[in-house]
Ligand binder design. Sequence first.
Ligand code: AMP
Length: 127
Amino acid sequence: MAYDYDDQNIFAKILRGEIPNQTVEETAHTLAFNDIYPQAPVHVLVIPKGAYVCFDHFAAEASDAEIADFHRVAAKICADLGVAPDGGGAGYRTISNAGEDAVQEVPHYHMHILGGRPLGRMLQKAD
Ligand code: AMP
């Protein structure tokens, strides 16, 4: 089944410059900006500039150059913002929500980078 990309989603509008963003990093393939409702002192969203709905769509259809650039930008942000353990930081978490069960709100692939405070365990046990 092929993904159907909605070009009216809010990140598509950010990429077209129709709404503003607080850019952290930008390359030919990738944009990273601060989350508008930060859940931690560091809360950056990394998105590909291409029209991909979620992680598996990106992994299946993006070029090797897009995939490599996306991850290198994300890692650079972890280092630059001082959360990467390698640079003496206290750590971070990356999250990528896909679809209904994960409550993906914006249907343009994005990776959350969260850090700057203890983040607790990965998931709460469901009731
Ligand atoms: P998700 O639930 O994984 O789809 O996360 C979507 C994220 O996008 C949420 O953390 C929102 O706070 C964030 N968000 C929504 N609109 C904007 C915006 N205009 N600029 C920055 N972040 C946004």
